[in-house]
Design a protein around this ligand. Sequence first.
Ligand code: HSE
Length: 429
Amino acid sequence: MERVAVGLVGLGIVGSGFYSLMKHNGEHFASKMGTSAEITKVAEIDTARAKKQVPKDVLVEDYRRVIEDDAIQVVIELVGGTGVAYDIIRSAIERGKHVITANKALLALRGAELFALAREKQVELKFEAAVGGGIPIIKVVRESLVGNRIGKVMGILNGTSNYILTQMSEKQLPFEQALKEAQGAGFAEADPALDVGGGDAAHKISLLASFAFGGWVDYRQILCEGITMVRPGEIEFAASAGFAVKLIASAMLVDGKPAVTVFPALIPAQHPLSSVRNEVNAVFVECDFLGPALFLGRGAGANATASSVASDLGDLVQALMLHAKRGGYPFDPRRTLELYPDQKMEYRFFFHFITENRPGIWATVTGCLAGNGINIESVHQKWEDRSKPSDLYILVDEAREEQAKKALREVCSASGISSDSRFYRILPL
Ligand code: HSE
């Protein structure tokens, strides 16, 4: 049987998961592919920890020994972060090696350059594990839907945030405790601010949007809000009104331009994404011939992510055996796409005003909404004690983002209304 030599760099959570997958399922992989993939070198700085898992003759401390090994055809970068991981990927591509990575932060930041370099060197830069954990969604968007025009990709792309929102809503767990549990389970990023601040989901949706729409989407231009401000009372009220609160990443074509956003949204309880719980991710794709399709699975954690790394390796092994020249996808990393302005997007909104309890407050709030052309659907006030601030929840009809923002600014500058007041966008069924 033919053999492909593989170098693995980084033996953290995902690296260990992938190493263990190949140990358990390597023969199965080889029997399916008709070719074996052998990890001939593993580079890990923490050699003491790595020695427990990897034989001495395979383990090296310096990643350059993997890159400089001419027998290695595929380098798997699982170090993470935007520092040394960049050098690893760049130098591997420059030496003509195919690369697999799970590094969404690095690809979102420097993908345009790295994908262009890979194209120039005629090697593959594969990243299934970077988006949606174990869900093979990159393959779907890049390859399987090639006969379709994709109009929309949206979903739950951050397992940690989804875990936190699920625990807050189902078990009334405080935010901090739910985050600790997600960290303990190995879902969270080394810097969990990326999870709860929406950055991780923004990295992922920018990659999905780039491959769905054929040009580069710069994640720094995306409207991005995380879940740190979400309060238990808002989740409770949303549930009583028939909605779930979820961190939704979305990319859709509006007037021919991609509108790309990440924010905590209210979605109807009947929406398929509302029942996606804990670390599970789900991606909903809408395209012209297939129509709507939903892809769902574990979006974080060592094993699920390792499964996606192995999927990329399977593709590369097959291409290497066929001596196929790959990379012909209709995607140009050097063409940055102009985004549809988020201020023009239209939604129904759920406003949460935190107010004093005295005459005239409702008049101020409703006056500002009316003054901005916003039509109120329903009003609910949670009143606990006259001397304490109360929560005024207002659902409104469709309006543009800029109208909602202006109304919120005006209300927040009025006396008796807290500047912590906010709104959530409501997504349709
Ligand atoms: N921190 C990420 C998440 C891991 O929670 O989804 C998978 O990319």
